[in-house]
Each structure stands twice: as structure tokens, then as C-alpha cells.
Design a protein around this ligand. Structure first.
Ligand code: ATP
Length: 362
């Protein structure tokens, strides 16, 4: 068993900056956990603490039932895959994979068996005699994974392993990593700032912001019920529309509790509608400001009639940019810029948050 458990983990860097402010979560044996959040939220710091590359200021990290706070990185039974691959340029692919095992004094036959097995899993057989410069970016990334696989670790740690690849290869490698992890059934913690990567890879999604966990859950739960306006705007693209619950909106939502201060509605839950919403739903009058056609779907950017209001982003009303309301519609037909339209959302498409955005109400 290789659960990873973090208990009230904190990190203050020399100089006093508090990068991790008390983080708790658990990753079950064989689960794929993704840490996602904006740049600087502390995800790499947290991963490096699990790896033992960064000291822990307070709290406890447990791997496979053993507290590892004071265990050397090499003795933690983890293998880490970095974004820059860190392959040895002068060594063949075979030797890149074998190097760490030789250093540990493993028998030659065992090393060979492990390298051949990894090469087979990763389809790198014909590449074993090549040097890294003779490989494509995707192949290099697979060698980096091979180096992790041969160690038979209890836990894989991935630090943005795909961020140096082009968009198409990223998608292909994303699928490969997931298949590989399922097959090996090894616990994994994966860091990314890409919410799509996070959604598609994770069994457990940990959304971080400012050194703290905003929400933990399955990707679909987090998408369906974001706990804060930060999560609501970070998970999902285009982001959820967040509107201050002023008098005109409140009068439509008679059931909204008084403590609800922000109304959220996902662009995909709005349809260009008949003039009125269903019972308990929402209707917004908007003037079309811009249209973006991306092929299978179209984004309509509008401003609410009679409103100067800026959208609410990350729990900070008034800090958004661009249109007031975004609507995501299938296909390519869209109303012309300048037209006044009504968009409606059903009751189940509405999210209510406290005025500071820190709490989900319904
Ligand atoms: P990114 O996606 O940009 O890599 P991240 O979420 O991984 O961001 P971290 O690298 O963990 O973020 O950094 C978290 C915070 O800690 C940042 O504000 C960063 O400036 C700060 N930080 C990181 N390393 C150090 C250090 N050695 N000393 C002081 N502050 C640091």
C-alpha cells in the first residue's frame, strides 16, 4: 500500500515567505492525484516536499504508512518526472534508464530486465541505443518516464512533465501517462497549471490558491459544485460567469438566501432563449459585444442591458476583464454583434456564493 497523506503541512522559505499555509489531503493507493492552480500557488513546493527536495516547516507527510519528514529523498520510494526531462545527453537511452539502478548497486541482470520491461511498456525498444539528441520531444519525455518506471517506486511524482511539448503531443502524452498509470496501478501526484490536463488525468483533484487548498474532489464534482468563486472561475473554460447579486437578479431568484452575494452560471448552461426563464431559472438581457467561433462551438460575449458591472473574478468583484457575460453555444450560428438578446439558464445551472466568494451556498 502506498497512500500519501499530508497533515497540516506548512512551508516558510528562508526570508519568511509562507508558500504553504497548512495543507491536508490524502491520496489513496493507486490513485492519480492532480495538484492544479495558478502560477505561484505553491504546487511545486508541495510536490518537492513530498519528494524530499524541500524541507517541511511544519506538519507531517506520510508515504505508505511511514512518516517521511526526515527521510532522505533516495529512501522515500518515489520517482520524479520533471518538465525538462533532465536526461544525460552523452548517455544512450538504455544507460539513461539504467544509471540510477547501477548507482544503487543493483545486479546487472535485474537492471537489464527492468530497462527492457520499461522500454517495452513505453515502446522505446528501437531507441535504446540512441542518444537523447536523436529523439523527438515526446520520445525524450518517455525516456524520462522510463527512468521513473525502472525504479518500481511506490509513488510517481510529476512536475508539469508536458509543459515543454507542443499542443498536439501534450494531448497524446496525457493519454499515455493515464494509460500507463492505470496499468502500473502506482500512486501518482501530478502538478499542472492546466485545468484541462487536471480534469482529464485526475482521480482526485486538489485545487490550490495562495498556498492553500481551495477544494478537493473528483474532477466532475469540482466542476459541478465548485466550493468557492476561485474554483468556479479556474475550473472550466471559458470560466463561469460570476455576477453580483444586485436587486434585479435577486428579484428573479426569490428563493436565494440573503447571505448569497454572487450568482454563478457556466457559459455552457446559458442558451439564447425565449424571452423568459423556466420557473426558478435565470434570464439575462445582453447586448452582443463580440463573437468567437472555434469550430464546433461559438462563444458569445455580451454586456447586460443597463449594467456597468464588470464580471467577478476569483472572489474579487470588479476585477475581471472583457465581456460581462459569456455564453457558449454549439455550432457556428450566432447573433450579430450589437444585437440585444435574452439568454436563459435552468435552475440546476445556477450556483450561489457568499459575497466574498469564499463559500458555496447552493
Ligand atoms: P509555477 O506554476 O509558476 O511553477 P507553483 O504553484 O509551482 O508555480 P511554487 O514554485 O511552489 O509555485 O512557488 C510558490 C511560492 O513560493 C511562489 O510565490 C514563489 O515565489 C515562492 N518560492 C518558491 N521557491 C522559493 C524560495 N526558494 N525562496 C523563497 N520563495 C520561494
Amino acid at each position: 500500500m502506498a497512500d500519501v497523506v499530508l497533515r497540516n503541512v506548512r512551508k516558510t522559505y528562508p526570508g519568511g515567505f509562507e508558500a504553504i499555509k497548512g495543507v491536508d489531503f490524502a491520496v489513496g493507493d493507486g490513485q492519480f492525484c492532480v495538484l492544479v492552480g495558478p502560477s505561484g500557488c505553491g504546487k511545486s513546493t508541495l510536490l518537492r516536499m513530498v519528494a524530499g527536495l524541500e524541507t517541511i516547516t511544519a506538519g507531517e507527510i506520510e508515504i505508505g504508512g511511514r512518516v517521511v519528514n526526515d527521510v532522505e529523498p533516495a529512501d522515500r520510494d518515489i520517482a520524479m518526472v520533471f518538465q525538462n526531462y533532465a536526461l544525460y545527453p552523452h548517455m544512450t537511452v538504455y544507460n539513461n534508464m539504467a544509471y540510477g539502478l547501477r548507482n544503487r548497486g543493483m545486479a546487472k541482470a535485474e537492471i537489464d530486465a527492468r530497462v527492457q520491461e520499461a522500454a517495452r511498456i513505453l515502446e522505446l525498444g528501437p531507441m535504446l541505443i540512441r542518444k537523447p539528441r536523436q529523439l523527438s520531444g515526446g520520445q525524450r519525455q518517455r525516456v524520462a518516464m522510463g527512468r521513473a518506471i525502472v525504479r518500481h517506486p511506490k509513488v510517481f511524482l510529476f512536475d508539469e512533465p508536458l509543459s515543454n511539448l507542443d499542443a498536439k503531443l501534450r494531448v497524446a502524452m496525457r493519454v499515455e501517462i493515464r494509460k500507463l498509470q492505470r496499468r502500473l496501478a502506482t500512486t501518482a501526484i501530478y502538478v499542472t497549471h492546466d485545468q484541462l490536463e487536471a480534469m482529464t488525468l485526475a482521480d482526485v483533484l486538489v485545487v490550490m490558491n495562495g498556498g492553500q487548498v481551495e477544494q478537493i474532489g473528483s474532477p466532475l464534482d469540482v466542476y459541478a459544485k465548485p466550493a468557492t468563486t476561485f474554483v468556479a472561475s479556474f475550473i472550466g473554460a471559458p470560466p463561469m460567469n460570476l455576477l453580483t447579486l444586485a436587486h434585479d437578479l435577486r428579484s428573479q431568484l426569490s428563493g436565494a438566501p440573503p447571505e448569497a452575494g454572487i450568482l454563478g452560471v457556466r457559459p455552457e448552461d446559458l442558451v439564447i432563449g425565449p424571452g423568459t426563464a423556466a420557473q426558478g431559472g435565470l434570464a439575462l438581457d445582453i447586448t452582443v459585444e463580440a463573437i468567437e467561433r472555434v469550430g464546433p462551438e461559438t462563444f458569445v460575449y455580451g454586456v447586460r442591458a443597463g449594467h456597468e458591472a464588470r464580471p467577478v473574478v476569483a472572489g474579487k468583484p470588479g476585477e475581471g476583464a472583457g465581456g460581462d457575460v459569456i455564453v457558449r453555444i454549439p455550432g457556428q450560428a450566432a447573433p450579430p454583434v450589437g444585437e440585444r438578446i435574452t439568454v436563459v439558464a435552468p435552475p440546476h445551472g445556477l450556483h450561489l456564493f457568499s459575497a466574498d466568494g469564499r463559500r458555496r451556498i447552493a
